[in-house]
Design a protein around this ligand. Structure first.
Ligand code: FO1
Length: 322
């Protein structure tokens, strides 16, 4: 059994390779839910949906989120009605949110609902929300960033930061509201405790992996399995492949490099996989107390993703010098 800690797009690409390296039924993904948002009365779980749609080969290839062959008529209606439309929910995608919201109202847990959605798409990877409790990533603006009606110290929700402001603003803090009272979702601790390998996907370490590790009990379970935990750096050559990871690391006082990633993960993972572009920093990673494996990690196609996963799962991983 392989367990993967997953955010959105980067994790989804890794999981697509993982199911070519090992049977999908032997893979569990523990997925971030701190990006989840209520919009138009609907429960939207972006990372769960990105992973599901990607594994179903139904993801929109242009955006990396939402469904392929999407139409936007519901958004046009919302626009006509004067409702906010900055967060785009396609007509096909809306069905997922309607189903999730209705089932939650019926008292069904998010883990069961996620399994229903995955099953409907033929996804055999077991997808586990990190928690069924409400956790929300909140971002503090460092200055008014030219945004009207905002001032230094204002705290906004993650999707306001990520989508509405296009993460093109300076920030000074990130916190996960509700995390202290959250419990790991059903099956999460077992998936970590019983895995032969635990993989931390190349997702944003602060806002995608950070909330998963911060759920009480999950960080300790990972630390307990440290020797078998392999993280893949989302930072390549000092830059994030997608999204604001590099900028966030820098603004929150971390080094925006594989060394900074190593410092965030060293208590939980024994091994850090970095791209060949960062080969010269391997000794620096090892100086932080992690074994460093250098291999292509930029998942431009499925072959790179599959080879990366084969390397990650190689039993000789920690003995191999590249
Ligand atoms: N990202 C955007 O940049 N703009 C959007 O309008 C948007 C809509 C959206 C709808 C459903 C969904 O599952 C994801 C969506 N995302 C959108 C992506 C999402 O904001 C991010 O992928 C994550 O929250 C960060 O991992």
């Amino acid at each position: 059994m392989t367990t993967v800690l997953a955010g959105g797009v980067g994790a989804a690409r890794l999981l697509r390779g993982m199911v070519r390296a090992v049977p999908a039924r032997k893979v569990t993904a523990i997925v971030n839910t701190a990006d989840d948002v209520m919009l138009h009365g609907l429960s939207v779980s972006p990372d769960l949906d990105t992973v599901t749609y990607t594994l179903a080969e139904a993801i929109n290839p242009d955006t990396g989120w939402g469904l392929v062959d999407e139409s936007w008529q519901a958004m046009d209606t919302l626009e006509r009605l004067g409702s906010p439309t900055w967060f785009r929910l396609g007509d096909r995608d809306l069905g997922t949110h309607l189903h999730r919201t209705g089932r939650l109202a019926d008292g069904v847990g998010l883990t069961e609902i996620t399994a229903e959605i995955a099953h409907a798409w033929g996804v055999q990877v077991r997808l586990l929300p990190m928690t069924e409790d409400r956790v929300a990533t909140m971002v503090t603006l460092a200055n008014n960033n030219g945004v009207e009606q905002s001032s230094v110290g204002d705290e906004i929700g993650f999707q306001d930061y990520f989508v509405k402001l296009g993460h093109d603003v300076d920030i000074s803090a990130v916190r996960f509201a509700g995390i202290a009272d959250a419990s790991p979702g059903p099956g999460v601790l077992e998936a970590i405790n019983s895995a032969t390998a635990v993989v931390i996907a190349p997702s944003n370490p602060i806002v995608s992996i950070g909330p998963i590790i911060a759920v009480p009990g999950i960080g300790a379970a990972l630390a307990n399995r440290r020797a078998d935990v392999v993280a893949v750096s989302p930072i390549v050559n000092g830059a994030a492949l997608k999204g604001p990871a590099e900028r966030m690391l820098r603004e929150l006082g971390h080094e925006p490099s594989v060394i900074g990633v190593a410092r965030l993960y060293r208590d939980f993972a024994a091994t850090l996989v970095v791209d060949i572009a960062d080969a010269d920093l391997a000794s620096g990673v090892e100086a932080e107390g992690m074994t460093c494996v250098v291999t292509p990690t930029v998942m431009t196609d499925l072959n790179v993703a599959t080879n990366l996963c084969q390397t990650i799962l190689s039993p000789r991983l920690r003995l191999t010098q590249y």
